[in-house]
Every structure is written in structure tokens, then in C-alpha cells.
Write a protein that binds this ligand. Structure first.
Ligand code: SIN
Length: 190
């Protein structure tokens, strides 16, 4: 798969026929909307877990020195908490561009915190995309995050803002909190 998934997402047309739909955000989409939405509410999806296994060439790193950002990997029975946004397809251009470094539109049921289960859209970067980095130890992930910077800023800010937002949501996410703790320990060791 090419680095740029914009065209693949546009061609797939997933959800483009709706007047309104739900979008599930689990990474930067939790703490930085940057697009118009009708309303938002915390939500949980099942069968997926957040992992810092996706390379970022365009936001928190560069093609030569990629950062690490969140994607979802399958984990039967696991719950992943995030933020659901009620949107219209008018924001697809923004979303497809923002998530172009390997993320594809998937469909998922989401349990909304304010009630009900809705099918919606989620952007997921899978292992077959060209920017995929895959598993690494918490220490190796934190060390890569610490030195990575891209057009959207420091990779460390992405991780710390995500951890803070997840804590505010009351989300249980051992992977993210472990990377946060390791980053803090490495910064303290300077
Ligand atoms: C998301 O937040 O839902 C996708 C990954 C990201 O943009 O950080």
C-alpha cells in the first residue's frame, strides 16, 4: 500500500452516502478536533487496543526519522475508550488528509457514553501500510518518541496530551500510561 491513503479512502467512499455519521477518535482525534462537528461524547469500542505501532512521517516525524503515533490492533474482548464525534461527510477531506499516512476508513460499532450503540467510522493503520513500525519495547518506543519531531510538533507532546486526555476520560490504557511514565523517567534522567 502506498504511503498516502487519501485516494484509497476517497475511492472506497465509506460512509460518504450518509447525511450524518459517528466518527470514533482514539489518538490525536481525542484531544484535537480541528473540524466542525455536531456534538461529541466519550465512547468505547470493543475488540481493539491502542498501540504506538504506526510511524508518522507527516505529523510527528519525517520519512527519514519517523515518530510513533497511535493505531488500533485487534484484541478480542478488549475495550478501547476514545471520543465519538457526530459529523457530516463535509469533513472527510480534512480527515482523509490528516490521516493520510497509512490510515484507512473502517466501520465499527461504538458504545456511546451518553447512551446507545452506533455504527461509525474509525481510521486505522494496519500492518500492511508502508509507514507501519510494529511492536517494540516500551523503552524503545519512548526513546524514539523523545527524539522525533515533525510538522505538527514534538512527538512527545502527542503522547503526553493523549495520556492526559485518557486520564480525563477515566480510560484504562496500560500501554499509553507506561510510555508516558518512561518518557517522564527519561526526561528526569537528563
Ligand atoms: C485517531 O486519533 O483516531 C487516529 C490517529 C491519530 O490521528 O492520532
Amino acid at each position: 500500500m502506498s504511503f498516502d491513503t487519501t485516494e484509497a479512502n476517497r475511492r472506497s467512499g465509506a460512509f460518504a452516502d450518509r447525511d450524518e455519521l459517528w466518527l470514533f477518535g482514539y489518538g490525536s482525534l481525542i484531544y484535537k478536533a480541528g473540524f466542525d462537528y455536531i456534538r461529541r461524547t466519550p465512547a468505547t469500542i470493543t475488540g481493539w487496543q491502542r498501540r504506538f505501532w504506526q510511524g508518522s512521517h507527516d505529523h510527528r516525524g519525517t520519512p527519514e526519522a519517523p515518530g510513533r503515533v497511535a493505531t488500533l490492533v485487534e484484541a478480542p474482548g478488549a475495550g478501547c475508550m476514545g471520543m465519538a464525534y457526530r459529523i457530516t461527510p463535509a469533513v472527510f477531506d480534512h480527515l482523509d488528509h490528516r490521516e493520510k499516512n497509512g490510515y484507512l476508513r473502517f466501520s465499527t460499532p461504538m458504545q456511546l457514553a451518553d447512551g446507545g450503540v452506533e455504527d461509525g467510522l474509525v481510521y486505522i493503520a494496519t500492518a500492511d501500510n508502508a509507514a507501519w513500525l510494529g511492536p517494540a519495547s516500551i523503552d524503545a518506543i519512548a526513546r524514539q518518541v523523545l527524539v522525533s519531531h515533525g510538522p505538527s510538533g514534538a512527538n512527545v507532546d502527542y503522547v503526553l496530551k493523549l495520556a492526559e486526555s485518557l486520564r480525563e476520560l477515566g480510560a484504562d490504557d496500560a500501554h499509553v500510561y507506561a510510555i508516558e511514565a518512561r518518557l517522564q523517567a527519561l526526561a528526569g534522567a537528563d
